[in-house]
Write a protein that binds this ligand. Structure first.
Ligand code: NAD
Ligand code: AKB
Length: 320
């Protein structure tokens, strides 16, 4: 029986991953935690621990108290916030991660999942169909912490046999919980503004092509990798997983199919420079071959679903 602890469970991904885990493993076996105390949505069904991952003793106590055998470590500072506060990004993404790894080894956990990101790529990486194995020299603090996270996963897997798993998530699009300060956040904000005001000012350039994924694919990918047979898995830091790639211009055109009066304009800020050196698409053949990854959502199906659900959330009458 799995006893799973999710750190950072109140964030964009954790708040929906917990629902999928409740369905797969039973609500009593999924312990949610976050430094933030504002428990909302489906997480209210789970046991919740207020937990700062930079506090190693508190983390160990929670793991022991709940007889945890698996951690899904989502607590992190994302790219845009990380550029505004690099010291904080280092503290949470590296010091926090090391605490989680040490507790996982000391308590002999079965499995530890730590997400990586397309932010591991950088100016010297191949940016079209970015390969699984390539030069990783990112130019953001967030990217630096994600590359180090991948290297630590490989190191501790080889050194101690800790079963570490990771996915290089692309930009995640969802409507339950707003994204937490990343560069791909525009692809969520645009739906809210399209429905509320009919226009959106984008902080990226119109032609900034980035890999994206809809939340149902994200939670399924995470659960499938967590459950995958260990034998074929050759990557421990982070698998490339592809789903869709588009630019702000293309997403705006897709929204215009349903809201013809929608307009977009562009005021690129510092996030444009972050996006500039992230890949337009990734080569996910390793994930497909080693644990059967297949995306189910594309830009057309995602856009229809986002518009329908964001409209319902905002109480706006809207029919596709
Ligand atoms: P998020 O910012 O929405 O949520 C992170 C959560 O961590 C927040 O609820 C925050 O309160 C919590 N947190 C911050 N500091 C903490 C601390 N010291 N102790 C405990 N909790 C703390 O992030 P997310 O989008 O849910 O991302 C989850 C993981 O996935 C991160 O590792 C992120 O880098 C990765 N990722 C996300 C995306 C995406 O588009 N959402 C893309 C690539 C990778
Ligand atoms: C961000 O924009 O920081 C995240 C990510 C791709 O890691 N969404």
């Amino acid at each position: 029986m799995k006893r799973i602890l999710i750190t950072g469970a109140l964030g964009q991904i954790g708040s929906e991953l917990s629902v999928e885990f409740n369905r797969r493993y039973g609500v009593d076996n999924v312990i949610t935690s976050d430094v933030n105390n504002d428990v909302h949505g489906a997480v209210t069904e789970n046991v919740f621990e207020r937990l700062d991952v930079t506090d190693a003793y508190a983390l160990e106590r929670v793991v022991k108290r709940h007889k945890i055998d698996t951690i899904v470590h989502l607590a992190a500072i994302l790219s845009a916030r990380g550029e505004q506060n690099p010291d904080l990004a280092w503290k949470i993404n590296i010091d926090g991660l090391l605490n989680v790894i040490r507790v996982a080894m000391a308590q002999r956990l079965d499995r530890l999942m730590v997400p990586s990101s397309i932010a591991v790529f950088g100016p010297t990486s191949v940016l079209y169909d970015a390969p699984q194995e390539t030069i990783l020299k990112p130019n953001t603090m967030y990217g630096v912490t994600k590359v180090i996270g991948e290297l630590l996963a490989d190191y501790y897997y080889k050194k101690s046999g800790l079963d570490m798993r990771g996915i290089r998530y692309p930009g995640i699009i969802s409507y339950h919980t707003m994204p937490g300060g990343g560069t791909t956040d525009y692809a969520v904000e645009i739906f809210y503004e399209a429905l509320k005001s009919g226009s959106y000012t984008c902080f990226l350039a119109p032609d900034a092509s980035l890999p994206m994924m809809y939340m149902p694919d994200c939670v399924r990918a995470t659960a499938e990798l967590l459950e995958a047979d260990p034998a074929p898995l050759k990557v421990h830091g982070g698998y490339n997983v592809g789903a869709m790639s588009f630019t702000p211009e293309v997403l705006a055109a897709e929204i215009c199919k349903y809201i013809p009066s929608f307009t977009i304009d562009y005021k690129p800020d510092f996030r444009r420079e972050i996006a500039r050196y992230w890949p337009a698409s990734v080569d996910d053949s390793a994930a497909r071959a080693q644990w059967g990854w297949r995306p189910e959502w594309n830009i057309e199906t995602m856009t229809r679903d986002m518009l329908t659900n964001v409209a319902a959330k905002l109480g706006i009458d809207f029919e596709i």
